[in-house]
Design a binder for this molecule. Structure first.
Ligand code: NIG
Ligand code: FE
Length: 407
C-alpha cells in the first residue's frame, strides 16, 4: 500500500461485502479488513494486517459488516398528490389501463404536479428521500414525467437537483417527458412528441438538467415508432437513453433501447428471447421493478433465468411512484425480487450496487468497494448481507458514509 497522508481515514476492523465482480467469496466477503479513504474516494481495501500502526485518523468498526452504498436506479420520487382513491378503485376490479384511459393514472398525478409549487414538491420529495437514505441509499435516479410540458418538467428536474444540493446523496436525473400523452395533446400524440424532441429535451439538456432520456413504450404510453423517434433525437444530441419497456405487453422496446446502446431496459416482464439477445449484445442492464409487479398484481414474471444465462446484468430498483409502486424501500424491493422473481439474495445485492451503478452509467466509480471508487459505504449492525433482504423493515443501518464523510 502506498504511503498514507495524515488526513487519510482508516475505516478498520470490518467485515466487508465488497460486491466486486471477480471476488472469490460470495458478495466479495472478506473478514478483518479495512477501507482506506483519501478525500472522497477509496484509496485501498486491505486486510487489517497490512495497516500501519499509529495512524491518527482511524475508526474501529468493531467487526461490523460494511457494504457499498445502495443505489436506487429507477424512481419517480418527485410528484404532487397521491393515488390512494384510484388504488381503491383498482381493488374493486378496475384495471390500471382502464383508469388511465379515463384520464386517471399518470395524468391525475400530472394535474397534481402542475398545480404544486416547487417548494411543496421539494418538501414531499424530501420526506420520501429521507426514508431511502435511512436504508443506506447513497445514489438515486429521479425521473421527471409528471409535468408533460416544458415548465413543469423543468420544475420537477429543478426539485431533483435541489434534493442533491440539500442532502448527502448523489442524484442522477432523467428526463421522462415521454411518460404519457398529456390530455391537451390527446388528439395528436405526435405533436406532443415533436414538442419533446424539438423543444423540451434540447433546452433542458442545454441547461444540464438531466443525464439520460427515458420513455414509457407501452399500449398506454408511446409506440415503438415514437420511442425510436425520441431516441434518434436524443442520440443526435449525445444523450444516453433508457426505457420503460415490456411492462404490460411485448412491443419489442428492449431491443429498441439496446439498438441505441441504451443504459437500461426497465420492467421487462414480457421480454422475449430476441430482446434478451439484444440486451446481452449491447450491455444494456435489465432493471427489475418487483414493487410495480406486486402492486399491479401482475402474473407475467421477467425472464430471470434467461437473463442470467445470457449474462445480462440485473439491477433492482424501487420504481417509487404514486400509481404502481408506493414503496420507498430498497430493502423491500430486494426481498420482492427474490421471492417474486427468483433472484438470489446475492443477485439482489448486486442489483442495488454494482449493476445499479452500471444502469446509471456509473459502473466505473460507484457500487463496489474497491480502490479508485467513490467512498460511499454503509456500516451495518448485521452479520451478513442476506439479513437486509430477508427481513425488510428491521433496517440494521449503523452508519452511512457519503463521499468519505459520515452523513
Ligand atoms: O414505472 N410505467 C410507467 N411509469 C410508472 C408508473 C407511473 C404511474 O402510474 O404514475 C412505472 O410503473
Ligand atoms: Fe417507472
Amino acid at each position: 500500500m502506498q504511503q498514507l497522508h495524515p488526513d487519510d481515514v482508516l475505516w478498520r476492523n470490518a467485515r466487508l461485502a465488497t460486491m466486486v465482480t471477480d471476488a472469490p467469496e460470495p458478495y466479495g466477503l472478506t473478514e478483518r479488513s479495512a477501507i482506506v479513504v483519501r478525500g472522497q474516494a477509496i484509496l485501498a481495501v486491505v486486510p487489517e494486517s497490512a495497516l500501519p500502526s499509529g495512524h491518527r485518523n482511524s475508526v474501529d468498526l468493531g467487526g461490523r459488516l460494511v457494504t457499498p452504498g445502495l443505489i436506487d436506479c429507477h424512481t419517480h420520487l418527485v410528484f404532487g398528490g397521491n393515488r390512494a382513491a384510484e388504488w381503491e378503485q383498482r381493488l374493486k376490479g378496475v384495471s390500471y389501463q382502464a383508469i388511465s384511459a379515463q384520464g386517471g393514472g399518470i395524468n391525475a398525478t400530472v394535474t397534481a404536479t402542475r398545480n404544486s409549487s416547487a417548494e411543496a414538491l421539494l418538501q414531499l420529495a424530501q420526506q420520501r428521500l429521507q426514508r431511502l437514505m435511512n436504508e443506506g441509499v447513497t445514489t438515486i435516479e429521479i425521473k421527471s414525467g409528471y409535468g408533460l410540458n416544458a415548465e413543469t418538467e423543468e420544475k420537477m428536474l429543478h426539485v431533483a437537483r435541489q434534493l442533491g444540493l440539500n442532502n448527502p446523496i448523489d442524484i442522477s436525473p432523467t428526463l421522462l417527458a415521454a411518460h404519457a400523452v398529456p390530455v391537451e395533446y390527446r388528439q395528436d400524440p405526435d405533436a406532443y412528441l415533436s414538442l419533446v424532441c424539438e423543444e423540451i429535451m434540447p433546452s433542458l439538456w442545454q441547461k444540464e438538467f438531466f443525464e439520460a432520456v427515458d420513455v414509457f413504450c407501452e399500449n398506454v404510453g408511446f409506440t415503438p415508432a415514437q420511442a425510436e423517434r425520441l431516441f434518434l433525437a436524443a442520440t443526435a444530441l449525445g444523450i444516453p437513453v433508457k426505457g420503460h419497456v415490456e411492462q404490460l405487453s411485448n412491443l419489442g422496446g428492449a431491443a429498441l433501447v439496446s439498438r441505441f446502446n441504451g443504459l437500461s431496459a426497465d420492467h421487462i416482464e414480457y421480454l422475449d428471447e430476441a430482446g434478451i439477445q439484444a440486451m446481452a449484445q449491447n450491455g444494456t442492464v435489465a432493471v427489475l421493478l418487483p414493487g410495480a409487479f406486486y402492486f399491479l398484481q401482475e402474473r407475467q414474471r421477467p425472464p430471470v433465468e434467461h437473463l442470467r444465462k445470457q449474462g445480462v446484468p440485473m439491477a433492482v430498483a424501487t420504481d417509487y411512484n404514486p400509481g404502481t409502486s408506493p414503496f420507498a424501500s430498497l430493502h423491500l424491493a430486494m426481498n420482492m425480487a427474490c421471492v417474486q422473481f427468483g433472484l438470489t439474495p446475492e443477485e439482489a445485492w448486486a442489483g442495488v450496487t454494482r449493476h445499479a451503478a452500471q444502469a446509471l452509467g456509473r459502473g466505473a466509480t460507484h457500487g463496489q468497494l474497491r480502490a479508485g471508487y467513490v467512498a460511499d459505504f454503509i456500516v451495518w449492525d448485521a452479520d451478513h448481507p442476506v439479513e437486509m433482504v430477508y427481513e425488510p423493515g428491521r433496517n440494521p443501518l449503523y452508519q452511512r458514509i457519503f463521499r468519505g464523510e459520515a452523513a
